[in-house]
Design a protein around this ligand. Structure first.
Ligand code: BGC
Length: 536
């Protein structure tokens, strides 16, 4: 595999509204990120991914942008962002922004103009279809609503929205739309940002026709459509070619073979991708399936492409709660971290993951702020389901579970704000917080720092070939990475009972573990070991 800085990078995701509030209004902001920049740098990470902070009515927490060239007041000002870019660079950190161009806000000037008549200059910048009010053009669903079609009284037409009705989809068939997006991207690149995390980027190409589908609940008709690669190659030519910009695309509905088409190096599309075979399709840890997914993606991509590794972010509940164990919180947090940093791919850390934060579950539906939750909850109640059933079925996967404020210390609101936090702080902040973790040499935080440091100093973690040694085992995950005669063996007990094993190696070969003692033939619940040996 060709070497490149971005393949060796570790990315830290900052969901700024829940990271640190600098002015006491209860919402995190860019100055708050600045205050904590030294903390981020102290982790050893290379890249910060900042969730959208552009001007937005904030229906979907910034993913509904009304002006790509200005900053949301809640987040701060353009000078705050410029200062953050400079300060990050001074610390050797790169900063990437979210690029949300499948849709805009319905408050964007482009959409206001587009909806004003059927004949204005931007009339075709969005996707409009005739129809009879009350009868949407087809039987599709949107991610956040029962139909992706919303009626507009002025045009007496429907417009298309893959997400909430306040997020109309752009019409990428229109050359002027594409040019507007590309010039905006160039503008940000000139400002000094280091790349883009591209929001649902493979949704930008729509199906050729909007016919009914047999199974509307299988949303795969929304993305990965023929023609998507031509669009991404054009974007590459127009904006990315010849630059060092880092790009990671959010690519739903894609398996490994298609995945290669997005990230194969000779394809000139994206550097790397997030796929959703785990995040969207695996409710809790299903180890045999997880292993198969890793193997299939590795075999399809290596050596010409590289995927990204994540188990949680602002859309997916915290990994300890969903894929590990709250009972073995520290052990499983370390195990999942060790796994993500040693599997093939670029590891992403979602703020708070490095201290083992857990996902909250609110018992009152009103506490959920997320538009996706609220819309889906309302739809199911209206369909006659009981509130208790709906809530309990939605609790584990609710997006707000991972959006609670970062837990800095034991002070008021976990040190996140001196005001009233926009979203409740997880009450476990008294035990789980950065200050406590800094004082404990065995903390999850200390373990993450070691992992990141190992990646910096051991190319085998990045470039080593991958082989699974026990693919059928339901509890043990054992794999090796091999490069230039050096082998790293990872032995994980992804399970809350002890297991016996024949894969242990002598203690001298142990590089990192999450338990004090290592019994060569037995692993404790969620025990994780990393060994190194050299072939003669
Ligand atoms: C973002 C979500 C957002 C959606 C629509 C996603 O994948 O991560 O937070 O709601 O795109 O923009």
């Amino acid at each position: 595999m060709n070497r490149a800085w971005w393949k060796e990078a570790v990315v830290y995701q900052v969901y700024w509204r829940s990271f640190k509030d600098s002015d006491g209004d209860g919402m995190g902001d860019l100055r708050g990120v600045m205050e904590k920049l030294d903390y981020i740098a102290s982790l050893g990470v290379d890249v910060i991914w900042l969730n959208p902070c552009y001007t937005s009515p904030d229906v979907d927490n910034g993913y509904d942008i009304s002006d790509y060239y200005t900053i949301m007041k809640k987040a701060g000002t353009m000078s705050d962002l410029e200062a953050l870019i400079t300060a990050a660079h001074e610390r050797g950190l790169k900063l990437i922004l979210d690029l949300v161009v499948n849709h805009t806000s319905d408050q964007h000037a482009w959409f206001k103009e587009s909806r004003s008549s059927r004949t204005n200059e931007k009339a075709d910048w969005y996707i409009w279809q005739d129809g009879v009010k009350g009868t949407p053009p087809n039987n599709w669903r949107s991610y956040f609503a029962p139909s992706p079609w919303a009626w507009d009284e002025t045009r007496e037409q429907y417009y298309f929205h893959s997400f909430a009705s306040e997020q109309p989809d752009l019409n990428w068939e229109h050359p002027a739309v594409r040019e507007a997006v590309y010039s905006m991207m160039r503008w940000w690149a000139n400002k000094g940002i280091d790349g883009f995390r591209m929001d649902v980027i493979n949704l930008i190409k729509k199906r050729a026709t909007y016919d009914d589908v047999a199974d509307p609940l299988d949303l795969s008709y929304l993305g990965n459509q023929p023609g998507i690669h031509e669009l991404l190659q054009e974007m590459h030519r127009e904006v990315l070619a010849g630059t060092d910009l880092f790009t990671v695309g959010e690519i739903p509905f894609v398996g490994p073979e298609d995945g290669l088409l997005y990230v194969g190096e000779e394809r000139n599309e994206l550097r790397t991708l997030f796929h959703f075979e785990v995040a969207d399709d695996m409710e809790t840890m299903d180890l045999p399936r997880f292993k198969q997914i890793q193997k299939r993606w590795y075999e399809a991509l290596y050596p010409s492409g590289i995927a990204s590794q994540f188990l949680n972010n602002h859309d997916h509940t915290r990994q300890v709660t969903r894929f590990g164990s709250e009972r073995y919180r520290v052990e499983s947090a370390k195990l999942l971290g060790l796994m993500l940093h040693t599997l093939p791919g670029i590891p992403y850390i979602y703020q708070g993951e490095e201290i083992g934060m857990t996902g909250i579950r609110f018992s009152d539906p009103e506490s959920y702020r997320d538009v996706a939750f609220r819309n889906q909850y309302a739809e199911r109640i209206a369909a006659g389901e009981s509130p208790g059933t709906v809530l309990s079925s939605m609790q584990l996967r609710a997006r707000d579970n991972s959006r609670t404020p970062m837990q800095w210390n034991t002070g008021k609101a976990a040190g996140f704000t001196i005001g009233t936090p926009w979203m409740a702080v997880n009450p476990n902040y008294r035990e789980i917080n950065v200050e406590a973790a800094e004082q404990d040499p065995n903390s999850v935080l200390a373990f993450y720092r070691k992992l990141i440091d190992l990646r910096k100093t051991h190319p085998v973690m990045v470039y080593g070939i991958y082989r699974d040694l026990a693919i059928q085992d339901p509890y043990l995950y054992v794999y090796e990475r091999v490069l230039d005669g050096v082998t790293w063996r990872v032995v994980l007990n992804v399970h809350d009972e002890p297991v016996t094993t024949t894969f242990g190696l002598p203690e001298e070969q142990l590089i990192l573990t999450n338990y004090d003692t290592a019994d060569i033939n037995r692993l404790a619940p969620y025990e994780a070991r990393l060994y190194q040996y050299e072939m003669p």
